[in-house]
Write a protein that binds this ligand. Structure first.
Ligand SMILES: Nc1ncnc2c1ncn2[C@@H]1O[C@H](COP(=O)(O)OP(=O)(O)O)[C@@H](O)[C@H]1O
Ligand SMILES: [Mg+2]
Length: 342
């Protein structure tokens, strides 16, 4: 069967309202996509199917009206706080990091690639990872790499909005999200994990913070092994010690050193037609970029590329374009000035 045949069958059974045949052709398409290296598409389709089946079960088959209502409410809460459900194509090579980070991160991934092997030997599987470091140094990217390497669906949770939404409901909402993610064996990404510390500010009720931390400790303890939790923060000090201790692995992503900046620049320019107008000046730019985040350096370089090629007459066909290092340098310096003002 080709993809077009699947589409024809899906259209046919969908329009005929033949649920059973529709489901079976969708499952065939999931298998077909996995075999043909369209894994992300397969995972997304699988998730759509699961969602639809869950909704059907709550609307049609559950006889108890209030339970039906409750599950719909849960779905609404979950969708409100999950920013994105995504799959990713990122791989470990997309992330510039030090050798320690790479080693530990790869071992963590390996535990999940070989989870059956570990289980066979009755060994525990690490599944809770804390990423720490300044903004723009790859915490979110690392979570994407995890999702890409393990070909898992990732729920990106908006912790900030859970915490600030309704006082007293943070624990309940977190539980709902963990329950859903656990049932699908996916990755939960709690970005801005330090938002939890803000409960202290928002809430007049001092018990609230304790309740949330206790709920999280329990959710952490009962997290199924094939469900991964990644939390990211740039302020570890805002977090409760008991919570910090629950992570199987805590890794730092720091501001880049010179060789990491060079690696980042090479990654950006690899497979492009761009090179620097002057190698010595490019080195000086790299020296000056020390202190900036990966993200800021990438942004200044890409901007300087755009501005450099604007100066080329579009009628002149050129295979290679030179990046003006003086443009890049001035962007780096203004970025650093911005940092000082903060
Ligand atoms: N360590 C890194 N290696 C490669 N690119 C990076 C790195 N850190 C940041 N970047 C680039 O900057 C972007 C934003 O980084 P992000 O992962 O969102 O940082 P954080 O979550 O730590 O604030 C990334 O999508 C990537 O393009
Ligand atoms: Mg981030």
């Amino acid at each position: 069967m080709s993809q077009f045949d699947f589409i024809k069958d899906i259209a046919k059974y969908g329009l005929e309202n033949d649920q059973n045949k529709l489901l079976s052709v969708l499952n065939e398409l999931i298998d077909y996509s996995k075999q043909h290296k369209k894994v992300n598409f397969a995972i997304q389709l699988q998730s759509i199917l699961r969602d639809a089946i869950r909704l059907q079960q709550t609307s049609g088959l559950t006889p108890v009206g209030s339970l039906k209502h409750q599950i719909r409410e849960d779905d609404r809460a979950i969708n409100e706080f999950i920013l994105e459900k995504l799959t990713s194509d990122y791989r470990i090579n997309d992330l510039v990091c030090n050798a320690h980070f790479k080693d530990e991160f790869e071992y963590f991934i390996k535990e999940h690639k070989r989870i059956d092997f570990l289980r066979k030997h009755n060994l525990p599987v690490s599944n809770k990872l804390l990423l720490h470091g300044p903004s723009g140094c790859g915490k979110t990217l690392a979570a994407y790499v995890m999702a890409g390497e393990l070909e898992k669906m990732m729920f990106v949770v908006d912790l900030g909005s859970i915490v600030s939404s309704k006082l007293g409901e943070t624990s309940k909402n977190l539980s709902k999200i963990f329950k859903r993610a656990s049932s699908e064996g996916c990755i939960i990404f709690l970005d801005e994990f330090d938002s939890l510390g803000k409960i202290r500010d928002y809430s007049q009720d001092h018990g609230e913070m304790k309740r949330v931390v206790n709920t999280l400790l329990q959710l952490f303890d009962y997290l199924p092994q094939d469900t991964i939790l990644i939390a990211a923060t740039n302020q570890k000090s805002m977090l409760d010690d008991a919570l910090l201790r629950r992570f199987d692995l805590s890794l730092d992503l720091e501001l880049p050193n010179k060789s990491q900046i060079t690696e980042l620049v090479n990654k950006i320019l690899d497979n492009t037609a761009f090179s620097f107008d002057n190698k010595i000046n490019a080195k000086k730019c790299i020296d000056s970029a020390l202190g900036l985040s990966f993200y800021s350096i990438q942004k200044t370089l890409v901007t300087s590329i755009k501005r450099s090629i604007f100066e080329i007459d579009p009628k002149v066909v050129k295979l290679h374009s030179k990046i003006s290092t003086s443009k890049w340098m001035s962007l780096i310096l203004s970025e650093k000035k911005g940092l000082k003002k903060k």
